[in-house]
Design a binder for this molecule. Structure first.
Ligand SMILES: Nc1ncnc2c1ncn2[C@@H]1O[C@H](COP(=O)(O)OP(=O)(O)O)[C@@H](O)[C@H]1O
Ligand SMILES: [Mg+2]
Length: 496
């Protein structure tokens, strides 16, 4: 350790022996302690080495010297292992505090499966309800948030093959309110916001079918969207549009559309948009069928403490691509739902297991990136959980454009929580997030030794934190029932 610093340090010279003084208080306890059971007697003394250091060098060798803590506001999460003090998480408070280098309340959580990412999120959601925060779970892949939701008195909404529930990812959302009375400028703003959101989603969905999406495709689609939504004719209320409607409009283009997209003939339009039409058709008949292809049957109740969308029925079919596509639809829909909110409606929006989406394609990473970038920053806390930082990189070659996009995505948050990881992931963590060697070891060694341990990167500060769960939280977060057929802590059998 001393050698690592590269600074030659002077070995401390032994002080001259102190002159013997007459003992005034009888027999003192020896340096080995008292030789009796339970008294901590040591047979050999620890070989302590001592050096002379300046105060500048000391913190390097003695990392237990804790820096300034964070203010005790927000959710109490556990304790800071280095200072022993309680650790609080308050993303919005950190943003408003100029002394903390956090400019947005987005939180990214990384960790090997089973290290406690979801448990941490659940505890955070519960503890933030005290401060008026409500939660929105955009895609609960394993239905593990259902217990929490029911404990808060809210019935979860399920989406899956054969289930009646539908979510329309192209929902107009709250932007449709007051459409008839809005002035021209406001309408232009709203149509631009909607078109951007829809295009980002369609680009992600089409790109994930390995169909190239360039400026031509974008131009054609934006015309189709205008046409289907009825914005090219005056309307008092916007029409509800769905992805199958977009596909049909492309498949049966009106002469108007062909002329606006500047194709000489109908056949030229068909030839040029074949990939686009086939990709949308495959989605409408495949991954989206029966779930994301009709008007929404679910309207979030923003006054409820939690709203959760369960996807386990889809996940248990084993088609991870379909789950990724479902998450992409829900993430985009969730962004739309939060475009206009009532004052004081503070919310934690969770995108759990986001890697299932981002590994689909570069376009899917871009879709998540735009969901996060365009989400309101004045009240919503966006949480994204990942397995490892390179998850988005599997969308393309490392070192290519995909890697750059993935890195940009990671830089959308100033708050990163790194839970335990295997050694192989260590180099990636180091490279992508700029960790030091000792921080890397924290993640691969210390954090692997107990659940809930994590390195918290808050702006430019680092904290070594152990999350603590209360008894009831342990029951609500227990997710190992399927793995080990044993009762959970406190006798709970957990999520089946
Ligand atoms: N801080 C903690 N203290 C005690 N148990 C925990 C803690 N964090 C997680 N667990 C337990 O570990 C198990 C796995 O946690 P989970 O949050 O599902 O992991 P992940 O989401 O990372 O896959 C759960 O049963 C949970 O109750
Ligand atoms: Mg989890």
């Amino acid at each position: 350790m001393v050698a690592e610093t590269g600074v030659p340090l002077a070995r401390r010279t032994a002080p001259p022996p102190a002159p013997r003084v007459e003992r005034q208080f009888g027999r003192l306890v020896s340096r080995r302690g008292t030789r009796a059971a339970g008294h901590g007697w040591a047979p050999t003394l620890a070989p302590f080495a001592s050096w002379d250091l300046t105060s500048e060098q000391t913190p390097v060798l003695w990392p237990l010297i804790a820096g300034d803590g964070l203010p005790p506001t927000g959710a109490p999460m556990g304790f800071d292992v280095l200072s022993g003090g309680a650790f609080f998480c308050d993303p919005m408070g950190w943003v408003t505090d100029d002394a903390i280098a956090v400019t947005n309340p987005n939180v990214f959580i990384f960790g090997k499966p089973g290290r406690g990412k979801s448990a941490l999120v659940k505890a955070f959601l519960l503890r933030m309800t005290r401060f008026g925060y409500r939660s929105l779970i955009l895609g609960d892949v394993k239905n593990e948030y259902e217990d929490l939701s029911r404990a808060l008195g809210v019935e979860p909404f399920r989406i899956g093959p054969g289930l009646p529930g539908r979510i329309n990812p192209l929902d107009l959302g709250p932007l449709a309110d007051g459409w008839a009375t809005a002035d021209r400028g406001e309408l232009a703003r709203r149509t631009a916001v909607l078109t951007n959101r829809w295009l980002a989603l369609l680009r992600g969905l089409i790109g994930s079918q390995r169909v190239p999406f360039g400026p031509t495709e974008e131009r054609v689609l934006s015309h189709v969207l205008r046409h289907v939504a009825g914005w090219d004719v005056a309307r008092s209320t916007p029409a509800a549009i769905t992805i199958p409607m977009v596909w049909h409009a492309l498949d049966n283009p009106s002469d108007d559309l062909i002329a606006t997209c500047r194709y000489a003939a109908r056949q030229a339009f068909f030839d040029s948009t074949r990939g686009l039409r086939d990709a949308l058709g495959a989605l409408c008949e495949g991954s989206l069928a029966g779930m994301f292809d009709a008007p929404s049957t679910f309207a979030p109740d923003w006054r409820a403490p939690i709203q959760t969308l369960s996807l386990r029925d889809l996940h248990s079919e084993g088609n991870e691509t379909a789950v990724g596509i479902a998450l992409m639809c829900l993430n985009s829909w969730g962004q739309g739902m939060r475009e206009l909110v009532a004052p004081g409606d503070r919310r934690i929006v969770l995108r759990d297991e986001a890697w299932l989406q981002t590994r689909l394609s570069v376009e899917a990473v871009k879709a998540l990136d735009s969901n996060l970038r365009l989400s309101r920053n004045d009240g919503d806390i966006q949480i994204v959980t990942y397995h490892k930082p390179s998850d988005p990189l599997s969308a393309g070659d490392v070192g290519s454009q995909a890697a750059q996009i993935a890195k940009d995505l990671l830089h959308l948050s100033d708050i990163r929580i790194l839970m335990g990881q295997d050694a192989e992931v260590a180099a990636e963590l180091r490279q992508l997030l700029g960790l030091t060697t000792s921080q890397q070891h924290l993640v691969t060694d210390w954090a692997m030794q107990a659940k809930g341990r994590a390195l918290w990167m808050v702006g430019d500060r680092r904290f070594k934190v152990q999350t603590l769960l209360t008894g009831i939280e342990q029951q609500l977060t227990f997710t190992n029932a399927a793995v080990a057929d044993v009762p959970g802590p406190g006798g709970a059998t957990g999520v089946a």
